[in-house]
Write a protein that binds this ligand. Structure first.
Ligand code: NAD
Length: 485
């Protein structure tokens, strides 16, 4: 079979990727994917249904035994080739993610290079995959094996399309599973491209399948399919709960990577410029549409005004379309504006930003562009909606504290627990605070997180861990074998 590179033009029509080839939807229908930058049509994706899910799951089921029997070295070679394929096609992938999701080219490129790195990383560490031997006496040999589940469903959101898909797919494939991926209906392009890249890289047909469409018509039949033996989901809490219920009914494992309302704690002895840059970045990167964005600024009272002034000085300089992108869809855009209006009604004040970009403000935003000003809210009380709920937009809410205990109490006063940041000139204090915060990852003074560091939520932010060697283990099930000698 020969596969050619898709030339992606505006209005390219994508089909599902099943069994190593493009497959049109059984419904014959396609969905429009439009640009949040200007509302223009970008491409069309297959409008999937249970029938398409069935084809994909069967393809994955048939491909799994052979893929699961390959050596880790063989799987490693294919994963490394996929990483190379992503890097080779990076320009087109960047263009697609910018057009569909409103990303800016430079951060999109970084995210996509990390997508490639996931395949390299899991392609490498899978060669260390090993069980244990357990001493049961001299007349016995007992050992454990890490075996794949079989067919795995991976469901992703729109905000880091190929990056988040790769985060799940790479360890799943490395462990010997086959995958059916359902990307977000708003940003499916690069996931479909990954199907083609993987096939060209030598991944056997059916090992990775991509079915596009809506949650109820593709996501639900996929997680409900009796041949799907594990689920990796990234997205909202509401959808995570719905999928968790189905997984519980079916008694299959599910990893849920959900939302957040992550705090950034800044003490008076911190490097305030560095803390201000970090806080500003939390609303600039992807316009705050990042699950782990630290958008709850908890600041020691004595330096609150100065810190907010420094953050404002950074944000006021930034230009829409150049330094930050749009909000992904009109409903999400309206939701963020609605939350800003509620915050104001409840007594908060926007000391920076606070509005959409509109006609005649000189910002050069297209008429249908979904851009919101990077915003800092002060006079926020812990019980206000803006302090409690995930906004998923460029909005930082500032709350002052007086003592360490109060800072920790505020940090933990949320149903979420995905990430946190602590800034203090006293590193020992930073670490002590980090240990007291209920979150899956805490960065002290800009501590680095990467592919190697486990990632996942405490509390309602999720179940399970992605990244690191933990994710590889998550996609395996442990078998104990014992023989009498
Ligand atoms: P979403 O839950 O609306 O959709 C996520 C995916 O689930 C999409 O592919 C969607 O089509 C699908 N889906 C929707 N309903 C479904 C159903 N009933 N059954 C199966 N699948 C269904 O989330 P979103 O709006 O795309 O993403 C934003 C959310 O994702 C935010 O809450 C954000 O915090 C979270 N997120 C979390 C992480 C993380 O790693 N923890 C990363 C990125 C985003």
């Amino acid at each position: 079979m020969s596969i050619t590179t898709n030339t992606i033009t505006t209005t390219t029509q994508f089909e599902h990727w099943i069994g190593g080839r493009p497959v049109p939807p059984a419904s014959g229908r396609h969905l429009d994917s439009t640009s949040p930058h200007d509302g223009e049509l970008v491409l069309r994706i297959a409008d999937g249904s249970a029938e398409d899910v069935e084809r994909a799951v069967i393809a994955a089921h048939q491909a799994q035994p052979a893929w699961g029997r390959t050596t880790t070295a063989e799987r490693s070679r294919v994963l490394t080739s996929i990483a190379a394929g992503i890097r080779e096609g990076i320009d087109a992938l960047v263009e697609l993610e910018c057009a569909e999701g409103g990303k800016l080219p430079a951060p999109a490129r970084t995210e996509l290079l990390i997508a490639a790195d996931y395949f390299d990383y899991y392609g490498s560490i899978v060669r260390t995959l090993a069980g244990d031997t357990i001493d049961q006496g001299p007349q016995n040999l007992t050992y454990t094996r890490r075996e794949p589940y079989g067919v795995v469903a991976v469901i992703t959101p729109w905000n880091g399309p190929l990056n988040q898909a790769s985060r799940g797919i790479a360890p799943a494939l490395a462990a010997g599973n086959t995958v059916v991926l359902k990307p977000s209906e708003f940003t499916s392009g690069t996931s479909l491209e990954l199907g083609r890249i993987a096939t060209q890289a030598g991944l056997p047909d059916g090992v990775l399948n991509v079915v596009t469409g809506l949650g109820p018509t593709v996501g639900v039949p996929l997680v409900s399919h009796p041949l799907v033996r594990r689920i990796g989901f990234t997205g909202s809490v509401a959808t995570g709960r719905a999928i968790g219920r189905i997984a519980a009914e079916r008694v299959i494992p599910v990893a849920l990577e959900l939302g957040g309302k992550s705090p950034i704690l800044v003490f008076a002895d911190a490097d305030l410029d560095a803390a201000a840059r970090a806080a500003a970045m939390s609303v600039l990167i992807n316009s705050g549409q990042v699950c782990s964005a630290t958008t709850r600024l908890l600041v020691e009272r004595g330096v609150q005004d100065e810190l907010v002034r420094r953050i404002g000085a950074i944000l006021n300089d930034k230009r829409p379309g150049e330094d930050f992108g749009p909000i992904v869809t009109p409903p999400q855009f309206d939701k963020v504006l609605g939350m800003l209006a509620t915050a104001e009604r409840e007594g908060a004040h926007a000391v920076v930003g606070g509005n959409r970009y509109g006609d005649g403000d000189g910002a050069g935003v297209p008429e249908r562009g979904l851009y919101i000003q990077p915003t800092v809210l002060t006079d926020v009380k812990p019980d206000m909606q803006a302090a409690r709920e995930e906004i998923f937009g460029p909005v930082l809410v500032a709350l002052p504290f007086d003592t360490e205990d109060e800072a920790v109490t505020l940090a933990n006063a949320t149903e979420y627990g995905l990430a946190a940041a602590v800034w203090s000139g006293d590193t020992a204090r930073g670490l002590t605070i980090a240990h007291r915060i209920e979150a899956g990852q805490v960065a002290v003074n800009g501590g680095v997180m990467g592919i190697e560091t486990p990632f996942g939520g405490y509390k309602t932010s999720g179940i399970g861990r992605e990244k690191g060697i933990e994710a590889l283990y998550e996609y395996t099930q442990l078998k104990t074998v014992s023989v009498t000698l």
